[in-house]
Design a protein around this ligand. Structure first.
Ligand SMILES: [Zn+2]
Length: 485
């Protein structure tokens, strides 16, 4: 999942290292929580620059199965402090209660429809008329959200009332909201960016409703948000948008200059098309959060999961799917520190994942990650010695990898993460050098297309004319030769 190799040093070359030294790229400490490694008394001088360099070498993609969060999280979400635990017996609602629930759903759905209509017709006052006049904080949020939605090139925008969250509001919160009734509902929001998305992005949004003086309003979009639940980018802060020929860059917060990333993103698309061909949408959407917490909100990640990750490619859906709306999400701090060349490498790597549909592809990680690095390092060449430093060190010490890197080797906490990326990159490069770049692309596509468990073995045979074992033997020789072992 993460990128960490000697290439990081190449990327880090443009980074100001406060110690001005050349700390060798370290191996990621195994199994450690990144946040726990930092700043031990007496160790901080050594640890901090190392961590910084580690961070700079990272680019990441979320492939199928990772990073999807939605309704399934809500069931496990902790309720408010005054509500009962989930093990309490649940009584069957009476007919009257069920009827009241239906009425609330109808009232809530009507509010959502008015909101969606106001967004579609760009009627600010109508949108704001649906917001609870007593919820002053949410009034401000709603103004920001409407402004954001007006800025984005929305093709569609829909809100669908999914279900009421019966224990969602604590008695205190209900009291605070007042009115004749107040409740929390889960709402599916779907929205499509014109000219970029072929299918809509989808998220689940908790919407608080309150009825007062016979009228129902929305009073919050963030009540009882479950940790790990994704949030739409337009609900996280004021947006800044910049559009390029091939890219849409959406920044959050004034510190981020979306415009300056447009040429880099456009160039990344061009670089990827040179290798992958032009049979893809040739467009990318890049999110530039201003804070780590916003990145976690977009990804639906637990706090501090991505402190060491420069960028992530994600499908903005709860389930992997072909033609999914895919976004590259940058880690604000690390991405900024990468420097121009580093950002180009990272964006080219991530754009390769976008082009090759990696969020929903069955290709093994060594092929997905190695291919993305192959494309990135073709666009921005790096020295082998620096880009495969950890691997060469191991090979020279007689530790030639016995197999292509396993999926586990790409876990963010894996001990030999740099070698996994370096091994994968050089496996892909060997195919391109021996058989030609077109064959490498054909091989990738063949594995990607195959729905069967023998897809990889079949592609080795049909495209490369060898077995995986034969390829591994050649690759081991290649690594020894490159490492001078
Ligand atoms: Zn990747």
């Amino acid at each position: 999942m993460s990128r960490l190799t000697g290439a990081g040093e190449q990327r880090g070359a443009e980074v100001i290292d406060e110690h001005g030294d050349t700390v060798p790229l370290p191996v990621v400490p195994s199994g450690g929580d990144p946040e726990k490694l930092d700043y031990h008394p007496g160790k901080s001088r050594a640890v901090a620059p190392i961590l910084k360099k580690v961070a700079l070498g990272l680019a990441v993609c979320l492939v199928a199965g990772a990073g999807y969060a939605g309704l399934q999280y809500i069931a496990n979400a902790p309720a408010g402090p005054n509500t009962r635990g989930s093990h309490q017996p649940v009584s069957t609602p009476s007919a009257d209660q069920a009827q009241a629930g239906v009425q609330r759903a109808v009232a809530g759905e009507a509010v959502l429809q008015k909101m969606a209509d106001a967004v579609a017709t760009d009627h600010r006052s109508e949108f704001l008329n649906t917001i609870d006049p007593n919820s002053t904080a949410f009034q401000a949020t709603a103004r920001m959200i409407f402004g954001n939605l007006s800025t984005l090139p929305l093709g569609t925008f829909q809100l669908r009332y999914v279900s009421e969250d019966a224990s969602g509001l604590t008695p205190d919160r209900k009291l605070e909201l007042g009115g004749t009734q107040a409740w929390l509902a889960q709402v599916e929001v779907s929205w499509q960016l014109s000219g970029f998305d072929v299918t809509p992005a989808r998220e689940t949004l908790p919407v608080t409703f309150v009825t007062r003086d016979g009228k129902t309003y929305a009073a919050s979009f963030s009540e009882r948000f479950a940790a790990g639940q994704r949030r739409p980018v337009w609900a996280l802060g004021p947006l800044e948008m910049a559009k390029g020929k091939r890219s849409l860059v959406i920044g959050l917060g004034s510190a981020t200059d979306a415009k300056s990333y447009v040429p880099v993103a456009d160039k990344a698309v061009e670089s990827v098309s040179k290798v992958w061909g032009k049979k893809w949408r040739q467009k990318v959407i890049v999110y530039l959060p201003a804070r780590q917490a916003q990145m976690e909100g977009i990804l639906g990640a637990q706090p501090n999961t991505y402190t060491q990750i420069a960028a992530v490619t994600m499908a903005e859906l709860d389930q992997p799917a072909a033609n999914a709306p895919v976004r590259i999400v940058a880690n604000p701090k690390l991405f900024e520190e990468l420097g121009k060349q580093g950002r180009r490498i990272v964006l080219t790597h991530e754009t390769t994942h976008v082009a090759s549909n990696a969020t929903a592809s069955p290709v093994p990680l060594w092929l997905a990650e190695g291919f993305a690095d192959y494309v990135a390092f073709t666009a921005v060449p790096v020295q082998d010695d620096s880009a495969a430093k950890e691997l060469f060190k191991a090979v020279r010490a007689g530790k030639v990898p016995a197999t292509l890197p396993t999926p586990e080797a790409f876990a963010a906490s894996a001990a030999d993460l740099p070698q996994a990326y370096e091994s994968a990159w050089l496996a892909n490069r060997l195919i391109a050098e021996r058989e030609g770049q077109d064959k490498l692309v054909a091989f990738y596509r063949a594995v990607d297309r195959s729905g069967s468990t023998t897809g990889l073995a079949d592609a080795f045979k049909s495209v490369l004319g060898m077995t995986e074992a034969e390829f591994v033997a050649q690759w081991q020789k290649y690594l020894k030769r490159l490492a001078g072992a």
